[in-house]
Design a protein around this ligand. Structure first.
Ligand code: AMP
Ligand code: MN
Ligand code: MN
Ligand code: MN
Length: 292
């Protein structure tokens, strides 16, 4: 089948590690900055290779890529797909995807389609827990009506002074066992990898240290991901501790995965790491961009 392989990127060729940031969010999903603003911020922060990876959405890529192009910032089209695997929700990042590919676009549209109903159920639960009008409140933070998610609710809960920050919300609300949690059936791992590969992209397990999976379960996930054609895992991400950088570098070597690096930046006041501000990948791993 004809494949739209992106052309070669011209990446800075120095002995210093490349400042690549391959994971962040715009207002098209649950970030606080528009795609154009993010591109300018990435450039100003010294990022040398940048990907926008909105949740289940490709709508910000054209604007982000256009501004990155004007700034001479090498840009990669990305996406972060919500996946249900066993009892966990996983996030699979696709990099260097063709955003026009129909299979990927249709798959993501299906993945997004349950979000509004889920949000209504979340709001009903929150009302019972003493937080009325959360659907309308969350909508005020939504940049894309197709993509209402937990972060938008979390911002509303902070606005109403029930929690000090979004992080606190995710310990008291919106997670399993707490008010406002509505389980979702997201895409299957096999589907997400199929869409990414059909669109010519590379699949990456996002923030693997964040899942409630023990070592044995993680190995089963990695083996299944690899068998489905998955090529990389995030090693240095805003969701990992330095101990986890080392731990996941070891998994990457063991499985022969390439390693990715991304801040998972959502917004200036909200995110621990700004674009391009994480430490470099450990020397022992092969960067996912090594042959780009
Ligand atoms: P959703 O796709 O609607 O289930 O929302 C998932 C998003 O919620 C993630 O991408 C994060 O932006 C946010 N999130 C989940 N857990 C946390 C947490 N512990 N702290 C901060 N944000 C979180
Ligand atoms: Mn998010
Ligand atoms: Mn994620
Ligand atoms: Mn993310």
């Amino acid at each position: 089948m004809f494949s739209l392989r992106p052309r070669r990127l011209s990446l800075a060729n120095t002995s210093a590690p490349l400042n690549a940031d391959l994971h962040c969010h715009s207002t098209v999903s649950d970030g606080l900055l528009a795609p154009e603003e993010l591109a300018r911020r990435a450039h100003a922060q010294g990022v040398q290779l940048w990907a926008l990876t909105d949740h289940d959405e490709l709508g910000g890529l054209a604007a982000a890529g256009a501004v990155a192009g004007e700034l001479g910032l090498p840009f990669v089209a990305g996406v972060e797909i919500s996946v249900s695997w066993r009892h966990e929700t996983l996030h699979i990042v696709g990099l260097r995807i063709d955003p026009h590919h129909a299979t990927l676009r249709d798959g993501l549209a299906t993945t997004r389609s349950g979000r509004t109903r889920r949000a209504r159920e979340m709001a009903a639960q929150l009302a019972e827990a003493g937080i009325p009008n959360a659907f309308e409140g969350a909508l005020n933070y939504v940049g894309n009506p197709d993509l209402i998610g937990r972060t938008h609710f979390a911002r509303y809960i902070v606005e109403t002074n029930r929690c000090d920050d979004v992080r606190e919300v995710f310990s008291r609300y919106l997670v399993a066992g707490k008010p406002g949690y509505v389980p979702m059936q997201w895409a299957a791992l096999e589907q997400a990898l199929g869409w990414i590969q059909d669109a010519g992209g590379v699949a990456v397990v996002a923030h693997p240290g964040r899942y409630k999976l023990n070592d044995g379960e993680l190995r089963e996930l990695f083996a299944e991901f690899q068998a489905l054609g998955g090529a990389a895992i995030e090693v240095v991400t805003g969701s990992h501790t330095p101990d986890q950088y080392r731990r996941f570098a070891t998994y990457a070597k063991e499985f022969g995965f390439l390693a990715s690096r991304g801040s998972d930046f959502h917004g200036p006041e909200e995110s621990r790491y700004d674009l391009g501000s994480l430490p470099p990948l450990p020397d022992s791993v092969v960067p996912v961009w090594h042959d780009w």
